[in-house]
Design a protein around this ligand. Structure first.
Ligand code: C5P
Length: 290
């Protein structure tokens, strides 16, 4: 982000991009209940947008109401308050959240909103935290938040906090929202969840055959919501490599990769109208550069 100083009355508009999990393996469980995972997190060009304006009085508020995101639990407000208390800033902020990403969709919308809030207010309030400090703060808000502050496509381990930048091919994705809201804790706590997938190493990516590009959370989500299974099965008829069509995160969105925009658009046109669907392009990095 540029360090040009903004006057307090200006609004700063910032994107919060979504992610897709190109695979997601559960390799174990920590004593605190959090799961150890391995995944490739891919940034895409579908975004929420947040507008920030600095206040002198320390007050932090969201300016627009969004159904399903009550202010006390809103990750944007929690992120702003966390940064304010951590940095002992006396500033506050008015914040608009323009929600474009589905909630409970597995595309990281809430986490990305929180990451963008930390990055934007760190700049506007001149807190001076570096990327590593912001990532550490972000982890208190959710396991996916550090990835969005890291800002590059990544091989992710631990509970989501161990990140290694990885180059992914530029691809286009068709994403389907099956119309169900999947609470992440419900999926992770399911008895039937496979928790012992054999770990892969980052060097295995040079040999595609060594990595199974599956999502271990998918079977549980499909068993709870048949619409997710229906959307995956629909997309499977267009997959180029077997297993390309899959769920992202803990669901409910499902996606399939295509080599170019035309191929993705052709499939998008065929998606049954009872599902919301869109195409997205792989991003190489987060639009906000720290
Ligand atoms: O960290 P986040 O708030 O996104 O996680 C929501 C819930 O998902 C956690 O409370 C936990 O139940 C589950 N989870 C997990 N292992 C992870 C990430 C999330 O068990 N690595």
């Amino acid at each position: 982000m540029s360090t040009s100083s903004l006057t307090k009355r200006q609004w700063l508009a910032c994107p919060a991009p979504a992610k897709l999990n190109l695979f997601l393996h559960i390799t174990g469980r920590r004593e605190d209940g959090y799961h150890l995972l391995q995944s490739v997190f891919q940034l895409i060009d579908r975004c929420d947008t947040l507008d920030f304006q600095v206040r002198d009085d320390g007050h932090i508020q969201r300016m627009n109401h969004i159904d399903g995101v009550p202010e006390p639990t809103d990750l944007v407000i929690r992120a702003a308050r966390l940064l304010q208390s951590h940095s002992k800033s006396t500033y506050g902020a008015d914040i608009y959240l323009h929600k474009n990403l589905p909630m409970g969709g597995g595309v990281g919308g809430g986490s990305s909103d929180a990451a963008t809030t930390l990055m934007a207010l760190n700049h506007l309030w001149q807190c001076g935290l570096d990327q590593a400090q912001l990532m550490q703060l972000g982890l208190q808000l959710g396991a996916d938040v550090p990835f969005f502050i890291f800002g590059q496509n990544a091989f992710v381990e631990g509970i989501g906090e161990q990140l290694q930048a990885i180059t992914t091919p530029v691809k286009w994705f068709v994403v389907i929202e099956p119309g169900v809201h999947v609470p992440t804790p419900t999926i992770f706590s399911a008895k039937e969840l496979t928790r012992d997938t054999k770990p892969v190493r980052i060097t295995d990516f040079s040999n595609a055959a060594k990595v199974e590009w599956k999502n271990d959370l998918q079977a549980v989500a499909c068993a709870l919501h048949s619409e997710i299974a229906n959307a995956i099965n629909w997309l499977k008829q267009y997959e180029i490599n077997q297993g390309d069509a899959k769920m992202t995160g803990s669901g409910s969105c499902v996606f399939c990769a295509f080599p170019n925009e035309d191929a993705a658009k052709k499939v998008l046109q065929q998606v049954p109208h009872h599902w919301t669907s869109w195409i997205a392009k792989a991003l190489q990095q987060h639009p906000i550069i720290l």
